[in-house]
Design a protein around this ligand. Structure first.
Ligand code: LIP
Length: 266
């Protein structure tokens, strides 16, 4: 796919996210009447997840009927093209959504397992984060960069407390304590995608979380990298590792190395 074609695919993702944003906001007004199922401990599923994903799928398949697809609720749909794959999380932050809080919609396009473009949309704040590989990261069409904060006492760092694999959670509390010790503050947005987007635009200096899937993070990882940031696993290793062990550390250079250093002391 050349640059033009990648931009065309990005515009389809933006259209799908905006339609899904309108629908999910309408559904959020009926959240107290919605049936909620449990996919696992603190891992909620509701009617809006499925309806919003159907809305996105329709727009993506209309434009690219041969691409493969993997969605948080639908799972895998093999297309004629195995090279191109959509990754879709229709509501990242379902627990937030069901409580009337902000959530995000995230869509990424992969070519041969590499993310080439993606979006993260917060329909409540109307923040549309967009990114193409080699084309930079943007918020509402304005170029964004990670923060320049280099004094750890000023760091504001995002995270999430794991729900899946509770057995890991003790370590995550030790990790949180180590990282929290000498920084300005910790923020839990409830959406891995939104936390990565906030790092990319410099509102958070760094972010770390375990047990979050590539569907939540693919677009956000490219966004942070195109905004001049660094992403690795808890041990500072590259994509081959963080997508397998689903542990993520993202940030500007200083915040990233600070978190990895502290993580390894946990
Ligand atoms: C959520 C992640 C969040 C994590 C939650 C949950 P979901 O994804 O975005 O970072 O802390 O446990 O995994 O389930 O709302 O798509």
């Amino acid at each position: 796919m050349n640059k033009q074609e990648n931009i065309k695919a990005l515009n389809i993702m933006i259209k799908a996210a905006k339609e899904a944003g309108k629908l999910s906001k309408l559904l959020q007004k009926k959240r107290t009447k919605m049936e909620v199922k449990f996919k696992g401990p603190a891992d909620l599923l509701c009617y809006a997840d499925q309806q919003t994903e159907e809305c996105i799928k329709k727009i993506l398949f209309n434009a690219y009927p041969n691409f493969s697809y993997y969605g948080e609720e639908t799972g895998e749909i093999k297309g004629k093209s195995n090279n191109y794959l959509w990754l879709v999380d229709p509501i990242d932050g379902t627990t937030n959504f069901l409580s009337g809080l902000e959530y995000t919609i995230t869509i990424a396009l992969r070519f041969n397992k590499n993310t080439i473009s993606g979006i993260i949309y917060n329909p409540i704040s109307k923040e549309m984060f967009t990114v193409t590989k080699g084309g930079g990261a943007f918020l509402n069409n304005k170029r964004i960069k990670v923060s320049k904060t280099d004094d750890h006492r000023r760091f504001l760092i995002g995270t999430g407390i794991p729900t899946k694999n509770i057995k890991y959670s003790n370590k995550s509390y030790i990790r949180l304590k180590k990282i929290r010790e000498n920084i300005a503050g910790i923020r839990i947005t409830g959406s891995a995608a939104y936390s990565l987007a906030l790092v990319a635009c410099g509102k958070l200096d760094g972010y770390f979380e375990g047990t979050v899937g590539v569907i939540d993070t693919a677009a956000g990882v490219l966004l942070v990298e195109e905004a001049g940031g660094i992403v690795s696993d808890f041990w500072g290793r590259n994509k081959k590792y963080f997508e397998k062990n689903v542990t993520y550390v993202a940030g500007n250079k200083q915040a990233h190395s600070y978190i990895v250093k502290k993580t390894n002391k946990a």
